[in-house]
Design a protein around this ligand. Structure first.
Ligand code: PLP
Length: 235
C-alpha cells in the first residue's frame, strides 16, 4: 500500500517515488495499491499532486489505485469507494465481495452529477483547498503559541504535532496521550497507533477540519495546560 498523499504525515509523494514503487512491485510481481483518497485535498503546491494513473498509459495487472468520496468531497456518509484496476480477476472478485454492500443507484447518480459538473467541481475543490489551508495555518499558529513543533505538510485534513520534548515517562503510565484524553479531554491520534516505528512517543496527529476555530483554540489551551503542568508524583 502506498498512501499518496500520505496519511498521517500529509505530504505529497513525488512522481519519481511513485515510479520507484511501481517498478519494484512489477519486477517482484507484488500488488501495489495506491490510496489517493486525499488527492483533491492538497492545499499547498496542489499542482504537484500526481496520480499513479497519470504516470502510465496502462497500469497492468499489479498496480491499482483507490479513491473515495469521504475526504475530498466531505461525503463519508455516502460510503462510496472507487477502485481502478486493469486486473480482470481482481475486478471480478471485488465485484462479488461488494455485491451485498453495493452503493445505491441514487447515490451513484448524485455523485455522477456532481463530478460531471466541471465548473461546480472546480469551484468546490478551490473552496475546499482554501478552507483547509486556512485551518492548517491556524493550527500551526496555535501549536507554535504553545511551544509545539509541527510537521510541514501539504495535504490532508490533519497535521502531525511533535510533543516529544514533553514525554517524561516513556512507556510509563499514564503516558502523555492518556493525560491528554483523561485530563484535557482532547483526543489526538498517538504515533504508536499509526505504526510509527521509532520515536513514536510524543508524535500526535491532529485532525482539524471537523472542528471550529473556537474549538481548536480551546483544545490547544487545554493541551498547553497539560504540557506546562508540574509532573505528577508517582511514589
Ligand atoms: C488514507 C485513507 N484511506 C481510506 C480511508 C477510508 O475512508 P472511508 O472508509 O471513509 O471511505 C481513510 C479514512 O480515514 C484514509 O485515511
Amino acid at each position: 500500500m502506498l498512501c499518496s498523499p500520505s496519511n498521517p504525515i500529509g505530504q505529497l509523494v513525488s512522481p519519481d517515488t511513485i515510479r520507484a514503487f511501481v517498478e519494484w512491485a512489477v519486477e517482484h510481481k507484488i500488488h501495489l495499491i495506491v490510496d489517493e483518497i486525499y488527492g483533491a485535498s492538497v492545499y499547498k503546491d496542489y499542482t504537484q499532486f500526481t496520480s499513479v494513473g497519470a504516470l502510465y498509459k496502462s497500469l497492468g495487472p499489479y498496480v491499482h489505485f483507490v479513491w473515495g468520496a469521504s475526504k475530498d468531497l466531505c461525503m463519508n456518509g455516502f460510503r462510496v469507494g472507487v477502485l481502478y484496476t486493469e486486473n480482470e480477476a481482481l475486478r471480478k472478485s471485488i465485484s462479488s465481495a461488494t455485491y451485498f454492500s453495493a452503493v445505491s443507484g441514487l447515490t451513484q447518480y448524485a455523485l455522477c452529477c456532481m463530478l460531471e459538473d466541471i465548473p461546480w467541481r472546480d469551484a468546490f475543490f478551490a473552496e475546499s483547498r482554501s478552507r483547509i489551508r486556512e485551518q492548517a495555518a491556524y493550527v500551526a499558529e496555535l501549536a507554535q503559541l504553545h511551544g509545539i513543533r509541527t510537521l510541514n505538510s501539504q495535504a490532508g485534513l490533519f497535521m502531525m504535532l511533535d510533543m516529544r520534548p514533553y514525554v517524561h515517562f516513556r512507556g510509563d503510565f499514564p503516558d502523555l496521550w492518556e493525560r491528554l484524553v483523561r485530563e484535557a479531554k482532547v483526543n489526538l491520534t498517538p504515533g504508536s497507533a499509526m505504526h510509527m516505528q521509532e520515536d513514536a512517543d510524543g508524535w500526535f496527529r491532529c485532525c482539524f477540519m471537523n472542528v471550529s476555530r473556537d474549538q481548536l483554540k480551546d483544545a490547544f489551551n487545554r493541551i498547553g495546560s497539560i504540557l506546562r503542568a508540574p509532573l505528577p508524583n508517582f511514589v
